[in-house]
Design a protein around this ligand. Structure first.
Ligand SMILES: [Zn+2]
Length: 227
């Protein structure tokens, strides 16, 4: 059979729709990678400012060591708590064929630095923007993917903390468990623009069950529920 341009465009007379090469695949733009890198560095700095006095109060370490430990915990918390959360949304959205890219909010970091110096923490680092045709169920799954990563990672730190529960290691593991699980619960608030509002729109039973598990694990990490 001969192959001309027309043959390629039709199959048994039906029109063929061209699908972009990277449809359904995970990919990053240069600008997005740059914004992710800036966000990770800025948030690590904000967490370090906020948590330094707590880590310093654990005792048995000099102030330089306390600073290094705080930077380590902060970087881990940001990569595992924030970055993996956002990638969770992005990967699921792109697998469903949507366009999905992270964009930072520079003002969110300014607010983060100010509040960290004042002794409390409020950061709005940015969000994954999604464009494309997805069903309500798919959108719900895209939305729960972020908090789900926090619950999985938080559970791992919680388990490790139950084994190694003393000293600086124990305190660090507990701090990472609390941070991960707190991020899950916070993002599950049932009001826009939080993930919780979109999960709730998709399924009340999923929202209630997942929310209950996240809150329960956070209370265990906080020591309010103990065995
Ligand atoms: Zn999220």
């Amino acid at each position: 059979m001969e192959s001309d341009g027309r043959k390629d465009m039709s199959y048994n007379g039906a029109r063929v729709i061209r699908v972009p090469k990277n449809y359904g695949r995970v990919n990053f733009s240069r600008d997005e990678l740059r914004q992710i890198l800036i966000s990770v560095v800025a948030m690590t700095a904000i967490f370090t400012i906020f948590f330094y006095s707590t880590v310093n109060s654990w005792g048995d370490v000099g102030s330089t060591d306390a600073l290094l430990i705080t930077i380590g915990i902060s970087a881990l918390a940001v990569v595992l708590g924030f970055l993996i959360h956002e990638l969770g949304h992005k990967v699921v959205a792109q697998r469903y064929g949507a366009w999905a890219e992270f964009r930072m909010y520079p003002m969110g970091f300014v607010l983060g630095f100010i509040t960290a110096f004042l002794g409390f923490l409020f950061i709005a680092p940015g969000a994954v923007y999604i464009q494309g045709q997805v069903t309500k169920k798919q959108y719900g799954r895209i939305s729960i993917a972020g908090p789900l990563t926090n619950v999985v990672i938080g559970s791992i730190f919680l388990g490790l903390w139950m084994v190694f529960d003393t000293g600086i290691l124990g305190n660090s593991l507990n701090m990472l468990a609390v941070l991960s699980l707190f991020l899950a619960v916070f993002n599950l608030l049932p009001v826009p623009p939080f993930d919780g509002s979109k999960v709730l729109k998709w399924s009340l039973p999923v929202y209630v069950m997942f929310g209950a598990v996240a809150i329960f694990l956070l209370l265990v990490a906080w020591g309010i529920i103990s065995f």
